[in-house]
Design a protein around this ligand. Structure first.
Ligand SMILES: [Ca+2]
Ligand SMILES: [Ca+2]
Ligand SMILES: [Ca+2]
Length: 181
């Protein structure tokens, strides 16, 4: 299913609501989808002025695990997803010109990003993982390269003098801006 296309159609209908003969409520019920045909809706649209959210329950457990935010031109701006289906949307997806540019994950739900994936034109290039120093050991950042979605290098670990909270800005400012991505 092309979600962006559906979103575009919805938005077009939304701006022509009078001629479509729909009010807000009926437009919503038309827009929402039942992906697995079990009679329970799994895709929902929520409107915020001329912008909107698409909310999806991918594993059909009645809990939302994807939230996509679209601007007034139906361009995707940002997503949050729950990749382990525990009910917490721990993964932040950033886009540039409609393609994924960066993914930030708080894998242990402690409010601090510990995994970062870097993309170019939607293609996964690099992954970065923060390792807490244990027993007096320094912290480390693991780096993995990808090709066609598959690791193309063994993870290399670099010792860093950073706290967990400094990890995300270190990756964007030092590792990615140096052209090493
Ligand atoms: Ca369903
Ligand atoms: Ca779900
Ligand atoms: Ca989760």
């Amino acid at each position: 299913m092309n979600k962006l296309l559906i979103a575009t159609i919805l938005l077009a209908c939304s701006s022509l609501m009078v001629s479509c003969g729909l009010d807000d409520e009926s437009l919503d019920s038309e827009a929402n989808l039942d992906l697995n045909n079990d009679g329970v809706l799994d895709v929902f649209y929520e409107y915020e002025n001329d912008k909107f959210y698409e909310l999806v329950d991918r594993n059909f457990d009645k809990k939302i695990d994807e939230s996509h935010y679209f601007d007034s031109n139906a361009r995707i701006i940002r997503s949050k997803t729950d990749e382990n289906f525990d009910g917490i949307l721990e993964t932040d997806i950033e886009y540039e010109d409609g393609s994924i540019s960066r993914v930030l994950v708080d894998s242990d739900n402690d409010g601090i990003i510990d995994l970062i994936f870097s993309y170019r034109h939607g293609v996964l290039l690099s992954g970065f993982r923060f390792y807490h120093g244990e027993g007096g050991e320094p912290s480390k950042i693991g780096v993995t390269r990808f090709s066609f979605g598959y690791p193309s290098s063994v993870e290399t670990k670099h010792t860093v003098d950073l706290s967990a909270k400094e990890f995300a800005s270190y990756v964007s400012e030092v590792l990615l801006d140096n052209g090493k991505n």
